[in-house]
Design a protein around this ligand. Structure first.
Ligand code: DC
Length: 249
């Protein structure tokens, strides 16, 4: 696992370079609370690439299940309704907003009730197949992409040129989650409760049959526990640029 040395941290502020012009898929996988979404979005902006948040797709499926009052055990109806909703992103927005039935769903998907059930929804095999197909299609339409999730480097884009796996100590992840909730103006649940939820979600995400959370062999593992978001982004950016320079040498 990579942890940044002081030297690496001090060189992280290399001036932002040119946008990357060539096709390039960068995958970021890892558990909840590693800062993946924020890091992926900022990294994409620095590199001039598009940004895909695949968690938003599973979250939208969970929100639809709740809002349409579908029983969690009724996976056929969940799948049919999600297909009918025609989930897709509005790429004119930054970050791209997710739409269901052509309406924005990006606010709803962050609600606590959605977060509570989303890992159960993400374990539905046929729903995952549907999402994987959609994500590969997005990859064809946006071949210059930073994509984040749990299975992006392992299942969806196994041939991606650059793969990262972000990890962090569970207690650090719980503290980050509490801070995120505070920033929305809400009082977070006690941290031991958040820690329990995170560990439960980790366990569900990594033990499910389809698309389990794993670190692909060819991914670089980065421990983000002691790092700020800017430090992680700077480190990943330097790694991607080095890879491209090596490819073009
Ligand atoms: O990263 P997130 O918290 O927005 O992800 C929401 C849920 O969706 C989480 O339980 C993991 C799951 N997920 C997944 O199974 N596969 C992905 N590619 C992305 C997210």
């Amino acid at each position: 696992m990579s942890t940044l040395t002081h030297d690496q941290k001090s060189t992280r502020s290399t001036p932002t370079g040119q946008p990357i012009e060539c096709d390039l898929i960068v995958t970021l996988d890892g558990p909840a609370g590693t800062g993946k979404s924020t890091v992926a979005r900022l990294l994409a902006a620095k590199l001039g690439l598009d940004f895909l948040d695949t968690g938003a797709m599973y979250r939208a499926a969970a929100a639809i299940t709740i809002d349409k009052e579908i029983d969690l055990a009724d996976t056929e109806t969940i799948l049919a309704t999600v297909i009918e909703a025609d989930l897709h992103f509005d790429w004119t927005q930054d970050p791209p907003t997710i739409l269901a039935w052509l309406s924005p769903y990006n606010q709803r998907i962050r609600d606590l009730d959605v977060t509570k059930i989303v890992s159960q929804i993400a374990a539905i095999g046929r729903l995952r197949e549907h999402m994987v197909r959609k994500q590969r299609l997005i990859g064809q339409q946006h071949p210059r992409l930073v994509t984040e999730g749990r299975d992006q480097g392992s299942v969806v884009f196994p041939d991606a040129e650059v793969k990262f796996y972000l990890d962090a100590d569970p207690a650090v992840r719980a503290a980050r989650r509490a801070e995120q909730i505070r920033l929305t103006g809400n009082e977070p649940p006690p941290e031991d409760e958040l820690l329990h939820d995170i560990l439960l979600r980790d366990s569900r995400d990594s033990t499910r049959k389809d698309g389990p959370l794993i670190c692909p062999d060819d991914a670089e593992k980065v421990d983000t526990s002691p790092l700020t978001i800017d430090e992680v982004v700077g480190f990943l950016e330097s790694r991607v640029r080095a890879r491209i320079a090596h490819r073009n040498a």
